[in-house]
Write a protein that binds this ligand. Structure first.
Ligand code: FEO
Ligand code: CA
Ligand code: CA
Length: 746
């Protein structure tokens, strides 16, 4: 049951993508005073929002003594060791159970999941590759409730599906592993498009145990063909016109949904990440388009002419639902209303879903920018002040963004009866910024506005209007020389301080002396270049990643300046503390490739999750519990790199206070070849939900008929569903509780 198999080298990590060939920025030396502000943890707006939607800050510091043990010590558990077992490991004194796995039915009439490749009707089943998720409390009367610890709706992303490389099908979903040549059968394509998107499902606690309610009338799915509305600046723009939506106000589906956010008004935000690769473009499409500026945009977003699609969905047939995956110019119209040449512009947004009302269409908020979105994290709401939404673009050398609403926060909106109208109030009108990190520990938010001369006069791309800036935010970021980061993944706001944490998962393209354009020299915010060994293979660049954090000037969400430091550097505990293990991680704390990052609003614990291929010779992916301090609580460091001509490249950086076992500890290790992602909790902090994504993803498609060669059998081998120790692996949500009934992480 616990055996693991030699893992074949992953040929292609579908998430390790980079298309940023723009010229590198030079550093400004803008001085910003280091922040020394009073926290405003208990501001009236937070309190107002909390009454309805949960509590962000107050419960973090004023936990109810009657509900928690008086001797509670956060991070009091014994660290979980690194592991290669095909099991979920949690600390002594904790338990977990599987809640909701790939294929589980979402209606009473949908049969139980057989997990042998024969199952159909995925529009009414759990999708694949569970990712970000949020908890939406639900009262017994069926109303939104911030206080419900035993009934809720979970809104969850289904990011992708397990494929061997970028040209093979979702092989665990098909009986014989599916068709790995083109054309793809329509029946296989229909299944694969249905397992992407979003789930909303009801959970309930009975006899002290959570389960999902398969027959709930509140359950629903959004998938690749569900009608979705385009909102904000680019809605109706010429860039959005398609055969499906000649007025540019609609598209079909949401794709590669990765991180999430939870709005202060009780809706789900879902980030569309690696959507570009699902579309194909003909080898002669540049000329067909007259080599117009759309070619520049397509190239910048990873669709050069001749690009093959990830799963060949465009070959499913002549029906429009297959042809929309071919974004070549095939029509004769001047505006694109007779083909899908503009279809790619309908993907890459923050999507808002009202989990409490399945009759409302989801909305794509174009003003927040178009890129490989991860999470969308709100600033702490303050009555009468704008809201900020922090966002990262997860590709190599991409940017960090911030949205600032035009509307000032009104705590009455936390209780809005039309939640999507409230969403449009805060997310359709405002300013989009991109981050620039300076070598002195300061930073700037640069507005991406058509009024900005650097954007209006950008030589590489002529922006028509603000809609064009939103749709091509990567190009706008290039125009203002934003800082190229080591793959920004999740971000979240520390409810105790308001500071913003961004995971930077890794970057294989850092080099002291870059030899080609995707390669970049280390800079202050991305300061490491080193070689890590995986077995006998050298991994160069920044294979282990780091976590950067930002303190807004004056603590204001709308600030245009900030200070920053690196909270933690990922590293193996045995690596050099001089140049690699700069946070001095011990064996109970060491990690690589941070990805998910979520703060508990109950305990204040920062949950750090990994999606790692660098340390996977030693351990499966994991989750750590952290109690971070504040920006500036550590030291300035200068890293000195030798260059070939004998000179030095010196890079100043700022590392947070070194963690101790009281402030950082491994809490969980997942099964083989998975990533750990997504986290949400009950308001009392006593049940923590996380996702195990793609266990066994290193399985070779050609081994589908031989279960002994699957690299994972979880969760079948843990007794969930059919198949036991020879089950096909399934992405799944687990719920973690403490055996003594205490809060998770104590
Ligand atoms: Fe979907 Fe960048 O993780
Ligand atoms: Ca290693
Ligand atoms: Ca991620």
């Amino acid at each position: 049951m616990n055996e693991h198999h030699p893992l074949p080298a992953r040929q292609i990590d579908p998430d390790d993508i980079g298309y940023n060939d723009s010229a590198s920025p030079s550093f400004d030396s803008i001085l910003a005073a280091r922040l020394n502000r009073r926290d405003f943890l208990l501001g009236s707006a937070s309190t107002g929002a909390m009454a309805i939607f949960g509590g962000i800050s107050l419960s973090a510091c004023n936990s109810d003594a009657s509900e928690t043990t008086p001797i509670e010590k956060l991070l009091g558990f014994k660290a979980v060791p690194k592991s290669l077992a095909d099991l979920v490991l949690v600390p002594e004194g904790y338990s977990y159970s599987v809640l909701y796995a790939l294929g589980d039915p979402l209606s009473a009439s949908t049969p139980a999941y057989k997990n042998d490749g024969s199952d159909m009707d995925f529009e009414n089943r759990a999708g694949d590759h569970h990712d970000g998720m949020e908890y939406f409390g639900f009262s017994a009367e069926g109303l939104p409730s911030s206080l419900s610890n035993d009934r809720a709706l979970i809104g969850m992303n289904h990011e992708a599906t397990t494929n061997e490389d970028t040209s093979t099908p979702s092989f665990f979903l098909h009986t014989d592993g599916g068709t790995a040549t083109l054309p793809r059968p329509a029946s296989e394509v229909d299944k694969e498009t249905a397992i992407h998107g979003i789930s909303v499902f009801e959970i309930k606690k009975t006899d002290n145990k959570f389960s999902y309610v398969s027959s709930s009338a509140y359950n629903f799915r959004i998938h690749c063909l569900t009608p979705v509305e385009i909102h904000g600046t680019a809605s109706g723009s010429a860039l959005l016109k398609t055969k499906y939506s000649p007025d540019g106000a609609m598209t079909r589906g949401t794709l590669n949904n990765c991180g999430t956010g939870r709005t202060p008004w009780g809706t789900l935000l879902s980030g569309e990440e690696n959507w570009s690769g699902y579309f194909t473009r003909s080898a002669t499409d540049d000329a067909a388009r007259g080599t117009d500026k759309s070619v520049t945009s397509l190239n910048r977003y990873g669709r050069k002419q001749g690009a093959a699609s990830r799963h060949g969905w465009e070959t499913g047939g002549s029906d429009d639902k297959y042809q929309r995956w071919n974004i070549s110019k095939t029509g004769t119209s001047t505006d694109g209303s007779d083909d899908y040449r503009n279809e790619l512009n309908g993907m890459g947004y923050i999507v808002e879903v009202d989990p409490y009302d399945r009759t409302r269409k989801a909305r794509k908020h174009t003003a927040l920018g178009r890129f490989a979105h991860e999470a969308a994290a709100f600033s702490r709401p303050v009555e009468g002040k704008p809201l900020a939404v922090y966002q990262g673009d997860d590709s190599r050398n991409e940017y960090i963004y911030k949205w600032v609403s035009s509307a000032n926060w009104s705590s009455a909106d936390a209780n809005s009866s039309d939640r999507l109208a409230t969403g449009s109030k805060y997310l359709d009108s405002g300013k989009l910024y991109v981050a620039k990190f300076n070598a002195d520990g300061s930073g700037q938010w640069i507005e991406l506005s058509i009024a900005n001369a650097s954007i209006a006069a950008y030589a590489a791309y002529t922006f028509a209007d603000q809609a064009d800036v939103c749709v091509n935010s990567r190009l706008a970021g290039d125009a203002v020389s934003a800082t190229k980061m080591d793959r920004p993944e999740w971000c979240n706001v520390n409810p105790a301080t308001g500071e913003v944490y961004f995971t930077l998962t890794n970057n294989s393209n850092r080099r002291v002396e870059p030899s080609s354009s995707p390669q970049l020299a280390p800079d202050s915010a991305n300061p490491r270049y080193y070689t890590d060994m995986k077995g006998s293979t050298e991994q160069k660049g920044n294979p282990n990643g780091h976590i950067i954090r930002i303190a807004e000037s004056g603590g204001e969400a709308s600030a245009t300046g900030f200070t920053w430091d690196v909270y933690l550097f990922g590293a193996e505990s045995t690596a050099s503390t001089a140049g690699v293990n700069l946070s001095n991680l011990t064996a109970d704390q060491d990690f690589s490739s941070p990805d998910g990052l979520v703060f508990s609003t109950s305990t204040g614990i920062c949950w750090i999750q990994t999606d790692d291929g660098a340390y996977s010779d030693v351990t499966n992916c994991m989750m750590l519990a952290a109690l971070p301090g504040k920006v500036g609580d550590g030291n300035k460091l200068t890293l000195s790199y030798a260059k070939a001509d004998g000179s030095k490249l010196n890079v100043d950086t700022y590392v947070g206070k070194q963690p101790t076992t009281d402030t950082l500890k491994r809490f969980l290790v997942g099964p083989a070849a998975c990533e750990i992602t997504g986290a949400c909790e009950t308001p009392d902090g006593k049940a923590l939900f996380i996702n195990i994504q793609h266990p066994g993803e290193t399985t070779a498609r050609t081994n589908i008929a031989d279960p002994s060669k699957y690299t994972s059998h979880w969760p079948g081998n843990a007794g969930y569903g059919s198949g036991g120790s020879s089950a096909r692996p399934r992405s799944a949500t687990i719920v973690i509780t403490k055996n003594d009934g205490g809060r998770v992480g104590s």
